[in-house]
Design a protein around this ligand. Sequence first.
Ligand code: ADP
Ligand code: ADP
Length: 227
Amino acid sequence: MAGVSLRHLYKSYSKNGPLVVKDVSLDIEDGEFMVFVGPSGCGKSTTLRMVAGLERVSQGEIYIGGELVNHVPPKKRDIAMVFQNYALYPNMSVFENMAFGLRLRKTEKHQIESAVKQNARTLEIEHLLERKPRQLSGGQRQRVALGRAIVRHPKAFLMDEPLSNLDARLRVQMRTEIIELHRRLDTTMIYVTHDQTEAMTMGTRICIMKDGIIQQVGVPEDVYMKP
Ligand code: ADP
Ligand code: ADP
């Protein structure tokens, strides 16, 4: 079975409220870089948050690595989430920020140390490990946020507009870095953006949503986007 499978997903935020996700079905294979793109309010974040377990599923099923996860709490899902507002702990060093998820899972100290160092090297933030988030640039903070996610070797990375708070130059640079990271880690990525250029340059496949529905799914060359 695919890395992440969505089966006839529906979401309404209240009992008689509107359906903001309607009959969404999609298989995301291991190692894919799937980008959800579409206008603001079309249901991308809601879909991603259901995969993360941060929103309840109204109807349908979500499978991660073949396991039905509808009732599995976020911490027990083998995923990592990267948000747009880095969400680093301000009073912890970069090292502690990266180690946090592993500590929670009672990983042994020497394993934490080597995992953090190795991944810090991958992201070229090894020299920043003792700093606090406020002593970092926007791009460095974004890298630490990525580092926090990758140290756990999750089955899938979920990213919700992770670059939207960065200036244009940095955004383009981080795009390349995330594409490179995906190649190096050989992992599944599910990425949400409203930016068509970002979608076309980053995704190995693109899922275009509109009004809660999947309009098209395909490789960048094959999907058609209205300008
Ligand atoms: P997108 O990520 O594509 O911008 P969202 O998934 O955030 O879209 O939102 C889809 C729809 O659900 C929108 O109409 C939005 O207003 C609504 N919505 C999102 N979050 C909530 C919430 N917590 N409570 C009620 N409605 C929400
Ligand atoms: P992980 O990196 O494993 O996904 P998180 O960083 O998302 O872990 O947070 C793990 C838990 O710590 C969450 O339940 C979260 O609510 C809690 N938490 C949030 N903010 C802080 C904070 N400033 N210090 C300590 N724990 C926090």
